[in-house]
Ligand binder design. Structure first.
Ligand code: M6R
Length: 604
């Protein structure tokens, strides 16, 4: 979604800001803009890609050392140059992530400002300006304005009257301040800071910072000084580059053996027959007490939770597990039984609905554990305990390696819980060994099937509809396969439990559809084969993805050789990722930044 960058120092701000905005492109956006201050202010904005903005910068080069920039993902008002940030009011310029909920009421009061956009952000700019008289500092005007605002924001504000500072603030939308020698770089996402500095201050909600070249002063909303904690940014440049791949998505699919190994390092030990996550902040006695687990996430994180829920149920005798879509749960009158813990699953750690659930669950005094990828993210900072999955920056909007790592981390949690509750060595042995073998198995499958899947995908690019089917643990995998295909290929794709076919979706089978059926060689194999027969009998075009060597009747069969059993869905899912990727590429789509989508959904 929207992205913020800011720079103050001795470099040319335009170049630094454009570089930062390019790093933020992956988040999804539809317009961008920058303003820099020198002898005069230079405001440049463009609809579309950052390349459009870059062309304007080339025609309007400055050597200014201070500026702010933004990529906008439209919420209030269409994507257009007028609605793009920065917004100007009087002497100030503002970029904003989030939503000002009471902007209509505030707008009515701001009669002196002639509004030129449809955005809530311009209202905030006008509000700050209305409080910014000759006696008032920029930070004081910002502080007063924010006390009148309802909603969420991460903001950066510049004033032509005080060009030696950038004022930033946050409430519900991330902001990070990179502190370098004689320069300060601001971003809403750590990826824009990489290469500038390793030292960063992660702003907390309710904090305001005055950033000067190489120094930062922090206060709360009552202007009380706060001390800033400087932390290290972990990612390096290579993690945010394509490294020879055509797309980040393919890179992220192919690097799963390595990223998954990072998830499991030090956490799974087959020799000692142990699996353990540090960082839960729970004693063995507390773990033993857990009777109910609720897993919460959105999109792929939700499907990862759903798959993991099957494993938790299998691993821990008597444990009850619910999996919830965050945007639904947050508005329900839900009840959590006593001795519950909540697993909060998020790649970005910034998803607004997931964050809202976390806060509500904490308010109820229930223990929250994060399963998070982005280090230093808001959810990671607010949970009571939990783990980073260490999959590294995921740049492509479609989530792939995070899913695999999330499932693995939650499965380790299941083993740990079972161990704490006294499960026998034999019972857990299979899961521990499979987790340890999973990176190699995925590597083998990726190497063996990449070219084959490219060819298979070519046969199915012409369809406009798809059904993904699976039973038991393959059901959440089917849901995830459908999500991956629809978001990057724009083929309408739905996932169903195989047993549900006769209850409705069978009516859809015709020549406009193809079906992806996940089949595992286990006790449900014959049931799956019956579902397959039902589809074949109606002229279906079925792609079976299976670990079985048995006779199967289908238009296309992808046979995966793996020694795994419980974790077969994770392996078959990797095939689905490749399939979605190659279909999307064949259809000529922007696979890394699919239309209308954002990487990090920081507003409702
Ligand atoms: O950052 P999160 O894991 O909280 O994001 C959740 C979803 O927005 C995300 O998984 C989304 O569904 C992806 N585009 C799926 O590929």
């Amino acid at each position: 979604m929207c992205g913020i960058v800011g720079y103050i120092g001795s470099k040319e701000a335009q170049g630094v800001l454009l570089g930062g905005l390019r790093r933020l492109e992956y988040r999804g956006y539809d317009s961008s803009g920058i303003v820099t201050l020198g002898d005069r202010s230079t405001l440049l904005r463009a609809k579309g890609k950052v390349a459009e903005l870059e062309a304007k910068v080339t025609e309007n080069k400055t050597i200014d050392g201070v500026g702010i920039g933004h990529t906008r993902w439209a919420t209030h008002g269409v994507p257009s140059e007028e609605n793009a940030h920065p917004h100007k009011s009087g002497d100030i310029y503002l970029v904003h992530n989030g939503i000002i909920e009471n902007y209509k009421e505030l707008k009515k009061e701001l009669k002196d400002h002639e509004f030129v956009s449809q955005t809530d952000t311009e209202v905030l700019a006008a509000l700050i300006n209305s409080l910014y008289d000759n006696e008032t500092s920029l930070e004081s005007a910002v502080t007063q304005a924010l006390q009148l605002v309802d909603g969420t924001y991460g903001i950066a504000v510049l004033s032509t009257r005080e060009p030696e500072k950038i004022v930033v603030a946050r409430s519900g939308s991330p902001l990070i301040i990179g502190v370098g020698k004689d320069e300060t770089v601001i971003a809403s996402d750590a990826s824009a800071l990489i290469g500038h500095t390793e030292n960063a201050i992660y702003l907390n909600d309710g904090e305001i910072a005055v950033c000067r070249a190489g120094s930062v002063d922090l206060t709360d909303l009552s202007s009380q000084p706060l001390s800033a904690k400087v932390e290290k940014i972990e990612a390096d440049m290579s993690a945010i580059q394509k490294q020879g791949y055509d797309h980040f998505l393919l890179k992220e699919i192919m690097e799963q053996p390595t990223t998954l190994q990072s998830t499991l390092n030090g956490r799974v030990d087959p020799k000692e027959n142990r699996a353990m996550l540090g960082g839960l902040n729970m004693t063995q006695a507390e773990l033993r007490q857990i009777e109910h687990v609720v897993i919460i996430g959105c999109g792929t994180a939700y499907y990862a939770g759903m798959l993991a829920s099957y494993y938790l149920e299998q691993l821990v005798d008597g444990l009850t597990v619910d999996v919830e879509i965050a945007s639904e749960l947050r508005y329900r009158s839900f009840h959590l039984p006593k001795n519950s813990v909540a697993l909060i699953v998020s790649q970005s750690g910034e998803t607004a609905d997931t964050l809202a659930c976390l806060r509500e669950i904490k308010r109820r005094g229930v223990k929250t554990l994060g399963v998070i990828n982005a280090v230093g993210s808001t959810i990671a900072r607010e949970v009571d305990g939990g783990v980073y999955v260490h999959a590294g920056p995921e740049i492509s909007v479609a989530s792939t390696k995070a899913f695999t790592s999330q499932v693995a981390a939650m499965t380790v949690f299941g083993v740990q819980l079972a161990q704490a509750k006294g499960a026998g060595v034999q019972e857990l042995n299979q899961y521990i060994n499979e987790l340890a073998d999973l990176p190699d198995e995925i590597e083998k499958v990726l190497a063996a099937h990449r070219d084959e899947i490219k060819e298979v995908a070519a046969k199915y690019t012409k369809y406009d509809h798809a059904l993904f089917l699976g039973r038991d643990t393959l059901y959440p995998a089917a849901l995830e396969g459908a999500l991956k295909l629809k978001e990057i290929s724009y083929i309408q794709a739905e996932g169903y439990a195989g047993g549900e076919l006769k209850h409705g979706p069978l009516a859809l089978i015709d020549d406009r559809f193809f079906e992806v059926m996940l089949l595992q060689d286990n006790w449900l194999f014959d049931k799956g084969v019956s579902n397959l027969a039902e589809v074949n009998a109606r002229g279906g075009h079925v792609v079976v993805i299976t670990n079985s060597t048995k006779q199967i009747d289908a238009e296309t069969i992808v046979r995966v050789d793996t020694k795994l059993d419980a974790l077969v869905p994770v392996v078959l899912n990797v095939i689905q990722q490749l399939f979605a990727y190659y279909v999307a590429v064949a259809r000529g789509n922007d696979v890394d930044q699919p239309r209308n989508l954002a990487k990090s959904v920081t507003v409702e």
